[in-house]
Design a protein around this ligand. Structure first.
Ligand SMILES: C[S@@+](CC[C@H](N)C(=O)[O-])C[C@H]1O[C@@H](n2cnc3c(N)ncnc32)[C@H](O)[C@@H]1O
Length: 247
């Protein structure tokens, strides 16, 4: 860990992103998404579900926070965006590469669009928590999971969370559930270690081995999202190898 105070959080931030940010994070092209059944887990206060639906995708966003009303979600997200941006301002080594103000603006745009869509299309948003999802086996063509796995592992294990809620055994369970509901491809971002010299997260290797053992092929694609230093700023892409894969 760096000699400086780490970037840390006591709980998972209710913090979301736009479609443009998702395309960069997950190395995706909007044209390839049309017609796909997509799970966004966790969705957070993000606008991916609303924007990708407008592109012609069938998206469901899942987050445990979705069990309250839009006003409360807006209040929580605004507070968490402010707190995270303030911490990034105070700890520039943990701030996104580039313009922090533009980064903050994108979070507020995502939140505004999310709140409108959450009110207008509540069926798109499901309150549920990993490692248990309320969906059938292989219900989605593409599963996206951003800024939860790896990132919120314990501080002492390359993450930013105070406490051990999302340790390696939890990650194995969560990954097992995400691939159970996924027919074809799952993408996870980020996969690097936080609060250390740039390198891959210490869970990446056991998670890759777990996925391969379940019949999935893994690769790491360099992400275009300028949030972290370019080295190790990868998205993990897992593809189901055959219909006979076990989960
Ligand atoms: C930092 S946000 C990421 C949102 C979005 N995927 C993104 O990349 O911007 C993390 C989200 O994880 C949600 N979360 C916390 N515990 C969870 C769990 N056990 N299963 C699924 N989501 C969870 C939080 O409510 C929060 O909205």
């Amino acid at each position: 860990m760096s000699a400086q105070a780490p970037f840390s959080l006591p709980t998972v931030a209710f913090f979301g992103r736009t479609l443009a940010e998702y395309l960069q994070c997950f190395c995706l092209d909007a044209k390839e998404l049309r017609g796909l059944r997509i799970l966004d887990c966790p969705g957070g206060p993000g606008s991916f579900a609303a924007e990708a639906t407008a592109l012609g995708c069938e998206v469901i966003a899942v987050d445990p926070a979705y069990d309250v009303g839009a006003d409360e979600l807006e209040r929580r997200a605004s507070a968490d965006i402010d707190a995270c941006i303030a911490q990034m301002r105070a700890k520039p080594w943990a701030a996104p590469v580039g313009d922090l103000e533009a980064y903050a603006v994108a979070k507020r745009e995502a939140l505004a669009r999310f709140i409108d869509d959450f009110r207008a299309n509540p069926q798109r948003y499901r309150a549920a928590s990993l490692p248990k999802l309320p969906f059938a086996d292989r219900q989605f063509d593409l599963v996206l999971s951003g800024h939860l796995l790896f990132l919120y592992s314990p501080l002492v294990e390359d993450g930013l969370l105070e406490g051990h809620r999302f340790d390696l055994p939890w990650h194995h369970q969560a990954i097992g559930e995400l691939v159970r509901v996924c027919a074809t491809e799952m993408r996870l971002y980020p996969t690097l270690a936080l609060n250390s010299a740039p390198r891959r997260h210490c869970y990446a290797s056991p998670i890759e081995a777990d996925l391969e053992a379940r019949g999935w092929r893994c690769s790491f694609l360099p992400s275009m999202y300028a949030q972290y230093p370019l080295s190790w700023n990868d998205c993990l892409v897992a593809r189901r190898l055959s219909v006979g894969a076990t989960t």
